[in-house]
Write a protein that binds this ligand. Structure first.
Ligand SMILES: NC(=O)c1ccc[n+]([C@@H]2O[C@H](COP(=O)([O-])OP(=O)(O)OC[C@H]3O[C@@H](n4cnc5c(N)ncnc54)[C@H](OP(=O)(O)O)[C@@H]3O)[C@@H](O)[C@H]2O)c1
Length: 284
């Protein structure tokens, strides 16, 4: 986190990202492209996508339709989990650029680590092969920053010994599931942590503690989740297909959570976890 007003994050390569991004997984409605254009109209300048979401053509059209100059946007995509070898990663990046209609990405992430459940003897070798391709894409400037997603510390450590270290780790993070060991490791090693499902995909929005804090602050439980991530130095990526919610999810800079409220959320028992464990996920 680079500034005290929590408005930006600075990556280890010096790039400055807005502190809240727009998630595009399962964006649904009459037109995905209109919804993405709406999100940009609502104020989002960081768009989080992935080849796995199957909507990059529409997301790209939405970006174009927004009329906001390309250089004012930060666009993220992710390597599809089936691309684990060097050549497949390069091909996947080119396909994503073509689908989005862009000539560079601001951030490219390895979506899931190869894991020891699916690849008992090879998982690290596969992750290193993937990462070598990521470094090449970065050197070619096709992607301006590189990182990972869903990497635990044991997946990250070998990558930390390479020439270009991961700049971002995007993980599940929301009240009730905060992965403090990974967050601490990343912050210590200058890796920006992004929160996927920062609202716990709505599973945590009715927690009595969050409702109580919402009442105390005059905000919604969704806004509490987003503000909580920011105050934990984690960059949230909320998704909504509704314009009013998109705007509300950005409206979190006129209040702050007290140390007591932060501690109470920190102390919630595990709740709202997606169940997707990077060590056993079959896509790994
Ligand atoms: N790297 C990964 O493996 C990974 C995994 C999952 C997600 N992601 C990324 O993270 C993004 C966000 O995660 P997510 O989509 O799983 O979950 P999320 O953002 O935690 O929750 C989305 C859900 O919350 C609802 N919602 C949004 N704003 C709301 C508000 N203000 N009040 C009430 N409900 C609200 C949305 O409904 P409506 O749309 O109907 O408003 C939707 O059902 C994804 O879109 C994707 O970009 C990455």
């Amino acid at each position: 986190m680079s500034s005290s007003n929590l408005k930006t994050f600075t990556l280890s390569n010096g790039d400055v990202f807005p502190s809240i991004g727009y998630g595009t997984y399962k964006v649904a409605g009459a037109s995905i492209e209109d919804i993405v254009a709406d999100a940009i109209r609502a104020g989002y300048r960081l768009i989080d996508g992935a080849a796995l979401y199957g909507n990059e053509v529409e997301v790209g059209r939405g970006i174009a339709k927004s009329g906001v100059p390309r250089e004012q946007l930060k666009v993220t995509s992710k390597v599809p989990p089936e691309a684990k070898h060097y050549d497949d990663v390069i091909a996947a990046a080119n396909k994503t650029l073509e689908d989005l209609g862009l000539d560079y990405l601001d951030l490219y992430l390895v979506h899931w680590p190869a894991n020891a459940t699916v690849h008992p003897d090879q998982w690290n070798e596969l992750n290193m092969d993937t990462w070598a391709a990521m470094i090449e894409l970065y050197r070619q400037k096709k992607v301006r920053a590189i990182g990972v997603s869903n990497f635990k510390i044991h997946h990250l450590e070998p990558l930390m010994k390479t020439d270009v270290k991961p700049m971002v780790n995007q993980i599940e993070f929301h009240p009730g599931y905060t992965q403090p060991e990974i967050v601490d490791y990343c912050i210590e090693h200058d890796i920006v942590v992004e929160a996927w499902s920062p609202l716990g995909r709505t599973r945590v929005l009715q927690l009595p503690l969050l409702e109580e804090i919402a009442k105390e602050t005059g905000k919604t439980t969704a806004q509490i989740c987003i503000r909580y991530a920011l105050q934990k130095h984690v960059l949230p990526l909320p998704k909504s297909s509704h314009y009013e919610r998109m705007k509300a999810n950005l409206d979190v800079f006129d209040f702050s959570l007290t140390p007591e409220q932060m501690e109470a959320i920190d102390s919630l028992p595990e709740t709202g976890y997606s169940g997707l464990d990077p060590d056993t996920n079959p896509v790994g």
